[in-house]
Design a protein around this ligand. Structure first.
Ligand SMILES: C=CC1=C(C)c2cc3[nH]c(cc4nc(cc5[nH]c(cc1n2)c(C)c5CCC(=O)O)C(CCC(=O)O)=C4C)c(C)c3C=C
Ligand SMILES: [Fe+2]
Ligand SMILES: [Fe+2]
Length: 341
């Protein structure tokens, strides 16, 4: 066989199509706010060894025997409170971010989106990008702060897909952007506008990040340090407001192990107990509003704060598809595409 006779493997796009793909990725969400859908979603999510770092022989019986028989019903009820006609907030906001990015980046780039757990899956979307002629793909996990449980598992999943291919696409990955001036600026602009629109003056702006087991910090995961740095830079960047101070906490404690502290729920109660009456809460680690911000913070958090004696509570939105956030995503993604476009 000469080189002229050689055929392309069936999984490869046309040669020299020269297209660049961008795959925007977030965590994933159930297909519907029902016990069964949530069970399917949690079974996949909580079986990821990057997320729960307990050997499967010990963890799977607990997951299958206890957690998947109790949590899905409770979580489905919570999802029902935030579900919209367009579906899960995390899903439609992530899709919206990909659509806005496509408009901003133009025809030379194909932008798609995927979820680490559930659908659309990372392998399917990589395949579709390659089928559309992309031989270079930027994977963009929208997690500003790096963690093994989020960023790394996205890259693992993409690598699983590439492992099947004879002729792979070239990959780049978006680095964490927790301290990127473009991200800090976007948060500062967006949160300032939201604070200006409130009808009360918060005494505290509580920055709540998703929690992680303390053990991951002890083992060297940079997540906690990234969160603390984001919080410090944001406080330095925002124009001081009359009598408003910043605090940081970690939400969504799961299971019995020690998680990063202070916990958001404890902090809300403590602040109210100390006499704080007016509070605003923001979640800078989430690119898109989701169950954790719309239900756990905006609904549960409000109740906790008010029951402990607080009076005014505002849950601020994530960057979502707003202009400051989209300007930032366009900027950091264009930078990673340099030399490719
Ligand atoms: C061991 C458990 C968990 C770890 C570790 C964890 C890390 C982690 N998660 C996010 C972002 C999100 N998590 C979301 C939901 C969610 N998280 C856990 C557990 C762990 N997360 C559960 C069980 C759930 C599902 C809901 C529930 O039953 O409470 C979401 C929202 C998804 C949605 O559909 O809206 C996000 C986003 C990060 C960033 C992170 C580590 C840094
Ligand atoms: Fe989570
Ligand atoms: Fe939660």
């Amino acid at each position: 066989m000469t080189w002229q006779d050689q055929r392309l493997p069936s999984d490869h796009p046309p040669v020299n199509s020269g297209k660049v793909g961008v795959l925007v990725i977030n965590l994933g969400t159930p297909e519907a706010p029902t016990t069964q859908s949530v069970k399917t979603y949690l079974a996949e999510f909580l079986s990821d060894r990057r997320v729960v770092e307990i050997p499967p022989i010990a963890w799977q019986p607990i997951l299958r025997g206890i957690i998947l028989n109790t949590r899905p019903k409770k979580s489905a009820a919570a999802y029902k409170k935030v579900w919209t006609e367009e579906g899960s907030p995390l899903e439609y906001i992530t899709r919206g971010q990909a659509e806005r990015l496509q408009e901003r980046l133009g025809d030379a780039v194909n932008v798609s989106w995927a979820m680490r757990y559930g659908k659309p899956s990372i392998p399917d979307e990589i395949q579709k990008l390659m089928d559309s002629g992309c031989d270079r793909i930027l994977l963009a996990p929208l997690y500003p702060q790096y963690s093994g449980a989020t960023t790394a598992t996205v890259i693992d999943k993409a690598a699983e897909k590439l492992k099947e291919m004879r002729w792979q696409a070239s990959l780049r990955t978006l680095p964490p952007y927790h301290d990127d001036p473009a991200y800090i600026d976007a948060l500062s602009k967006d949160l300032t506008a939201q604070l200006d629109a409130l009808d009360f003056d918060p005494e505290v702006l509580l920055l709540s990040f998703h929690g992680m087991p303390q053990r991951t910090l002890d083992l060297g995961d940079p997540y906690h340090c990234h969160c603390r740095k984001t919080a410090r830079l944001l406080e330095e960047r925002m124009t001081p407001r009359k009598s408003m101070r910043f605090e940081t906490s970690f939400q969504s404690r799961f299971g019995n192990a020690k998680w990063l502290e202070p916990a958001t729920d404890d902090t809300l109660e403590r602040l109210a107990g100390e006499g704080v009456k007016n509070i605003a809460i923001a979640a800078p680690g989430f690119s898109a509003d989701c169950l954790e911000t719309l239900e756990e913070l905006a609904l549960e958090g409000k109740e906790q704060f008010e029951e402990a004696g607080g009076e005014n509570f505002a849950a601020l939105s994530c960057l979502n598809t707003g202009t400051p956030g989209m300007d930032m995503l366009e900027h950091i993604i264009r930078r990673e595409l340099s030399g490719w476009t």
